[in-house]
Structures are given as C-alpha cells and as structure tokens.
Design a protein around this ligand. Structure first.
Ligand code: HEC
Length: 143
C-alpha cells in the first residue's frame, strides 16, 4: 500500500473514532427563564439562547466531529458565563457582574461569537437590537 493510502486510512480511522467519543449535548430543565418583555426575549432567543440557555437547538452538524467538539464547548462555556434559563439562581453580586458583562459585550459588539454568525447570519444583532438590550439591562439592575 502506498504511503498516501495509509495516511488516508489513518485519517479516516481517526475521523470515525472521533464520532464515537460521547459529548454532553443535552438540555437540562429550564429552572427559571429570564423575565423580559416579549421583544427582548425574542432577540435573546434568536441571538443568544443556543449558547446561553437550556433550550439549545442542536442542529445535525453539531453531532458530527470534530465540529461537534467546538460547538459543545461553546455551549458549555456560554452557559457557565450566563444562563437565561437559570436566571433566578444569581445572587445580587452575580447579577450586577452579569449586567456589567452584558453591557460590555453589547457595547463592543462581541456577541454572538463570530463562528456562530457564519452559520446563523440572522442571529447578528442590529444596532437597534443592541440598543434595546442595553436599555433592558439598565432597567434590570438600576443603580
Ligand atoms: C455560539 C455560542 C454563543 C452565542 C450564540 C452567544 N454567546 Fe455569549 N458567550 C459564548 C461563550 C463561549 C462565552 C464565554 C467565552 C467568551 O467570553 O468568549 C460567552 C460569554 C458571554 C458573556 C460573558 C462575557 C464575559 O466577559 O464574561 C456575555 C455577557 C454574553 N456571552 C452575552 C451574550 C449575548 C447577549 C448573546 C446574544 C446576543 C450571546 N452571548 C450569544 C458563546 C455564545
């Protein structure tokens, strides 16, 4: 067998084995959904919920390695930072922290993350939507 063939078989074998590695792509129960006006929750659902809630939509390609590793990691880390499905669990110290983080990412236009936008262009926040979210965050935690 030629080296190219062997290399190809090894590569194909690794890809197949990768598919067998179990990943935690589950949606835990919604504990306490964030209370927000309809317009705000629509924006959050469209642009943020796939990584910041327990209502993630896992598309078919999220099940295929190696992309599945990256997607699972984004959801895991996203939920750790901010979970709109477990919003009441935050004590007041955490909440002001979260508010600061939210204001920061919204002002910088950092969210949703770019790799997500490539596959979900409609999740991109329009200026008016960022503004609406910012105003909402300010009403959440008035100083
Ligand atoms: C594709 C997954 C994904 C989507 C969609 C997404 N985020 Fe995130 N978000 C992450 C990840 C991963 C992190 C943690 C790592 C990081 O900071 O990049 C994060 C972190 C954050 C943080 C914490 C930042 C910090 O400094 O600690 C905030 C706030 C946030 N996201 C808000 C949002 C908002 C608001 C939306 C919707 C407009 C959104 N995210 C959409 C994946 C996502």
């Amino acid at each position: 067998m030629s080296r190219v063939k062997i290399a190809f078989l090894v590569f194909a074998g690794i890809l197949i084995i990768m598919q067998l590695i179990p990943l935690n792509q589950t949606n835990p129960p919604v504990v306490q959904n964030v209370a927000a006006p309809v317009l705000i929750s629509e924006i959050l659902k469209t642009s943020c919920y796939d990584c910041h809630s327990n209502e993630t939509i896992w598309p078919w390609y999220s099940r295929i390695a190696p992309g599945s590793f990256l997607i699972t990691r984004d959801v895991k880390m996203g939920r750790q930072h901010l979970n709109f499905s477990e919003f009441s669990d935050l004590d007041s110290f955490d909440s002001t922290d979260i508010a600061d983080d939210l204001i920061e990412v919204l002002e910088a236009g950092d969210m949703p993350v770019i790799q997500y936008l490539l596959l979900h262009p409609s999740a991109s926040l329009r200026d008016s939507e960022s503004q609406a979210l910012l105003q909402w965050v300010e009403t959440l935690y008035p100083e």
